[in-house]
Design a protein around this ligand. Structure first.
Ligand SMILES: Nc1ncnc2c1ncn2[C@@H]1O[C@H](COP(=O)(O)OP(=O)(O)OP(=O)(O)O)[C@@H](O)[C@H]1O
Ligand SMILES: [Mg+2]
Length: 226
């Protein structure tokens, strides 16, 4: 369980007063180290919000949360950022590549920031692993959607995180490219023994994970692993 997730009665309210919206309404979930989990649910059900809280990008309003053995519910933003570094890889719904950096720089920069002296070699190897050895010096605008998504995955996986979160990594891709992206995520996860949580709208992709959890209106509606 060391790199797993234990959440109890997690709640997230955004806004205040009359405009306050309860987005997560008491989430209880335990994800053991190494599990692959797909998160399904209608648009607006809270999938991205739950992922933000579980990966430490957003703090829950209440509840308890242990991630990779750390008390995420009790940490401030700086402590969460430190706890994430090198340990948690995140692929966001919009991939957020830096437009002024090449593919290689997008992957190498976080490694450099983490103080690795072989950052560029590692970034090259990581991009080669996602089939982009021939696109190192391309800028995001010069890459297709699937290629940008693969750069985002290489960037998330390069530090060898023990927890990987991916928000609709196949969202804007055709079925063939989307299937290849999932193959890649599952294969790279297996090499590292990492925990993998994927948000998807695609039930056939979801079934490739060991466990499928469905959210509805900020609550867990079904859980194949419960
Ligand atoms: N900053 C915010 N302030 C207020 N409400 C918000 C905020 N961010 C998200 N929401 C609301 O929270 C709910 C859950 O949003 P979330 O992005 O988690 O849904 P989702 O399940 O990921 O949907 P999708 O499948 O469309 O990506 C939505 O109703 C959304 O409008
Ligand atoms: Mg979302």
């Amino acid at each position: 369980m060391e790199f797993g997730i234990v959440a109890r009665d997690l709640r997230l309210t955004l806004g205040s007063g009359a405009s306050a919206v309860e987005i997560l309404r008491g989430i209880d979930i335990t994800v053991p180290q190494g599990q692959t989990l797909a998160l399904l649910g209608p648009s607006g059900s809270g999938k991205s919000s739950l992922m933000s809280v579980l990966c430490g990008l957003e703090r829950a309003t209440s509840g308890t949360l242990r991630v990779a053995g750390e008390d995420f519910a009790g940490m401030d933003e700086d402590a969460l950022a430190r706890a994430r570094r090198g340990r948690i890889g995140v692929v966001l719904q919009a991939f957020h590549l830096l437009p002024t950096m090449t593919a290689l720089e997008n992957v190498a920069t976080p490694l450099e920031l983490a103080g690795m002296d072989d950052a560029r070699q590692r970034a090259e190897a990581e991009l080669a692993a996602v089939g982009l050895a021939h696109r190192l010096s391309h800028y995001p605008a010069q890459l297709s959607g699937g290629e940008q998504q693969r750069v985002a995955i290489a960037r998330a996986l390069a530090p060898r995180p023990m927890l990987v979160f991916a928000d609709e990594p196949t969202g804007n891709l055709d079925a063939g490219t989307g299937g290849a992206i999932i193959d890649l995520l599952l294969a790279r996860r297996a090499e590292a023994g990492a925990t993998l949580l994927i948000i998807t709208h695609d039930e056939s992709l979801a079934r490739r994970c060991e466990r499928v959890v469905t959210l509805a209106d900020g609550r867990i509606a079904s859980d194949s692993g419960a």
